[in-house]
Design a protein around this ligand. Structure first.
Ligand code: FAD
Ligand code: EPU
Length: 346
């Protein structure tokens, strides 16, 4: 385990806010994680991958543990590739490596920031594919007894931006590794937006899909290395069919996706955009001009700027459409996870 000399959180989360932790350490082995929990039983602790889904609302009065578990092993059968990937590997590097090595399946998930160990937490998804499509199992370190366990994909209870790790196992388990199952018989997923252009391409490869996903993402989403952000700030809201029908009557071009007979998923980015909020600023925080679902650190934003902006977006969308947006980004308070409501009271 390595303790860093600096306590600045700025390099360790993609919003790039000027905040500090009490201590920042790197965990290179499973034993390192156990050591922190043994040495600091009553201190607040937070596991961080690349901090690309985190908003620190204030300084963190505890230890941040950076996941640095490394290693990939591959096994194959006649019909499938089986990968075991340590939680500290970079997600996009893994996707790129599988595509280059002719192990297709993860290409739609290219360029999602973050680590492999964080991917199951919210069941990352993009362009019609979610992690759950190829997740075989998730290895965890259980913090109550210090033992390791292997959860099947079913036991992870994956949903839209959701899993058991955000509910029953929240603060109880550390993801140490993920198992992937990639069928050799490739089924491209081209249903989402511009990807359908590839439908008629001869000799289509996973690399073609990967390249197009990277191109679309580079056009739409701000690069956190240049403009601080945490991707979609809010989840796409799932509303009753009754409300969706009412909104559709007034806005026939409103994008929506039928979840089941009774529920419809709306595009939060479209709702925010329709409220005229693109480019809207509070201090140094802004609604992104290309993608209204992304809130950015446009110019030395403080956490208060981002929180106030998020509040204004939620209130405006609620007033205009009667839809309550929930944040996808995880809010961290001084000692523990918090949320927009609580962060606004501060
Ligand atoms: P962090 O932000 O470091 O952590 C996220 C949460 O998981 C925290 O609560 C943390 O404590 C917990 N955690 C992290 N690692 C572990 C572990 N090993 N065990 C237990 N808990 C852990 N997401 C999508 O789903 N689809 C997208 O298309 C997408 N696009 C994005 C684009 C941009 C530009 C950005 C900045 C973000 C985007 N995201 C997207 C969100 C983000 O990339 C994912 O949520 C990613 O999985 C977060 O990984 P991370 O390593 O940065 O996690
Ligand atoms: N839209 C607008 N204006 C905007 C933004 C979007 O009108 O400013 C419209 C688009 O034209 C489109 C619809 O809203 O009709 C959906 O937009 P887009 O395809 O860009 O996707 P999204 O719903 O905004 C979701 C995920 C992204 C993921 C993309 C691609 C959520 C919360 N977000 O965004 O994930 O990359 O689809 O699959 O589900 C993330 O979670 O951080 C993330 C970036």
């Amino acid at each position: 385990m390595k303790t860093l000399t600096s306590t600045s959180l700025k390099p360790y989360h993609t919003f790039g806010l000027e905040l500090n932790a009490k201590e920042i350490v790197e965990a290179n082995t499973v034993e390192d994680f156990l050591l922190v929990w043994a040495q600091k039983p009553s201190e607040p602790k937070l596991i961080v991958g690349e901090g690309s889904n985190l908003l620190f609302c204030e300084d963190f009065d505890g230890t941040v543990i950076l996941n640095r578990l490394k290693g990939i092993t591959v096994r194959e059968t006649k019909t499938e590739w089986f990968l075991h990937v340590a939680g500290g590997e970079n997600w996009h590097d893994l996707v790129k490596w599988t595509v280059e090595n002719h192990m297709p399946g993860l290409e739609n998930l290219a360029l999602i920031p973050g680590l492999v160990g964080s991917a199951p937490i919210q069941n990352i998804g993009a362009y019609g594919v979610e992690l759950k499509a190829h997740c075989d199992y998730v290895d965890v370190l259980m913090l109550d007894g210090g033992h390791t366990d292997r959860l099947s994909a079913l036991e992870c209870e994956f949903g839209y931006r959701d899993s058991v790790f955000k509910r029953q196992l929240k603060d109880k388990a550390i993801v140490t590794g993920v198992g992937f199952r990639l069928p050799k018989q490739w089924q491209p997923v081209l249903g989402y937006g511009a990807l359908s252009q590839l439908q008629d391409k001869e000799n289509l490869t996973a690399k073609d899909v990967y390249d197009m996903v990277c191109e679309i993402r580079r056009e739409k989403l701000p690069d956190p290395k240049k403009i601080g952000n945490a991707g979609s700030f809010f989840k796409n809201p799932v509303v009753t069919k009754c409300l969706a029908d009412r909104l559709l009557a007034a806005h026939p071009n409103m994008p929506c996706f039928y979840v089941n007979d009774a529920e419809v998923k709306l595009a939060a980015g479209w709702l925010i955009d329709q409220c005229g909020l693109k480019g809207h600023r509070v201090g140094g925080a802004a609604v992104h001009n290309q993608q209204a679902l992304v809130l950015t650190n446009a110019d030395k934003a403080t956490s208060k700027d981002v929180v106030t902006l998020a509040r204004q977006v939620v209130d405006t969308v609620h007033r205009q459409f009667g839809v309550k947006l929930e944040h996808e980004v995880r809010f961290m308070g001084r000692n523990a996870e918090t949320d927009l409501e609580a962060a606004c009271q501060r």
